[in-house]
Ligand binder design. Structure first.
Ligand code: ADP
Length: 314
């Protein structure tokens, strides 16, 4: 069936991204609660139609490691994207709460399986792996969202960015500690600085996964902008510095897993299959992990210790 705006009863705003807002909605014909993302784009109808068509491949395959896609449509110059509602928000909310090793392994395995699914079934790379792009629900499931499924949408969003890089740099650094319009992987930063367009590969997603695991464990982006005088220095540290490591309270297996993801030479990073065969994730398959309890404790912890969120600049 086709989803349309009239079908929705609108509830509260769930969050603001760089390109638009996400709202909780009820889809009246099915009684399903959904998340509706509005992406504002100044595009002509033919490009908007291309985006909707490209998003449609998401109907083809489903995985419990990926946010379910219900449909998309456009009104004037806004694309509306309807997806599964995740009632515990995004993983960054839980970053820095107590994250026991078994929980960290379960989160990681969910993400690796999600990334493998995208690559094998949909033939796409994620391109933006980070804690805000992994969503959590009260059942304790972790699922990936915001992957680059539509080439036209990615190109349009990239263009939207060009005009306001310094603003973005500032806002991103404040809000997110990373500049999403700049590459974050050593091989891509290097390529760009040499004027070479490095093609994005799954290995770049693996690097970002390694950083994400550390960020969830320590509560902040592992290249904290406040320790560098500017974005350049931050990128130089990524290219020339030692890769960050997981805190020592985690096991040698966990340390090794992250170290493999964060090999500076992209060619030496493991494939998703190899990551799933790593002893750290193998161990997780058999384990009973209390993810529901962890989510509940995380929410209670955040009530007492709210994340310091910097208001978006006007
Ligand atoms: P960004 O562009 O920063 O990745 P998004 O626009 O995708 O952010 O989302 C903004 C916020 O909205 C997220 O951080 C999350 O808290 C919330 N959100 C996004 N999608 C969903 C969803 N499917 N279910 C619940 N909350 C969501």
């Amino acid at each position: 069936f086709k989803i349309k705006m009239d079908d929705f009863e609108l509830f509260e705003e769930l969050g603001k991204g760089n390109y638009g807002t996400v709202q909780k909605v009820l889809h009246r014909p099915t009684g399903v609660t959904m998340a509706l993302k509005e992406i504002r784009l100044e595009l002509d109808d033919s490009k908007l139609k291309t985006i909707i068509t490209e998003l449609d491949i998401l109907h083809r395959a489903t995985s419990n490691r990926i946010i379910e896609f219900y449909g998309a449509f456009f009104i004037e110059s806004c694309v509306y994207y309807c997806m599964e509602f995740m009632d515990a928000g995004s993983l960054d909310f839980f970053a820095g709460c107590d994250v026991p090793e078994d929980v960290l392994a379960r989160i990681t395995r969910s993400m690796v399986e999600g990334l493998r699914f995208l690559k094998d079934e949909l033939k796409i790379m994620h391109r933006d792996v980070k804690p805000t792009n992994a969503l959590v629900n009260m059942k304790g499931e972790v699922k990936l969202c915001d992957f680059g499924v539509s080439g036209q949408l990615d190109r349009s969003l990239a263009k939207t960015n060009i005009g306001c890089q310094s603003y973005m740099a500032f806002r991103e650094l404040e809000a997110d500690k990373r500049c999403s319009f700049l590459p974050q992987q050593p091989e891509r930063i290097k390529g760009e600085s040499q004027g070479v367009v490095t093609s994005y590969s799954a290995a770049s997603d693996v690097w970002s996964l390694g950083l994400t695991i550390i960020e969830v464990a320590i509560g902040h982006y592992p290249f904290p902008p406040e320790t560098y005088s500017n974005v350049f220095a931050q990128l130089t540290a990524i290219v020339h510095g030692d890769p960050p490591t997981l805190p020592e309270r985690y096991s040698p297996e966990a340390q090794d897993f992250v170290a493999q993801c964060l090999r500076k030479d992209a060619r030496l990073r493991p494939s998703y299959q190899q990551l799933l065969e790593h002893p750290w994730l193998k161990g997780d398959v058999q384990r009973d992990v209390d993810m529901v309890g962890w989510v509940e404790r995380g929410i209670a912890y955040r009530k007492e210790n709210p994340k310091i969120s910097v208001p978006a600049l006007a």
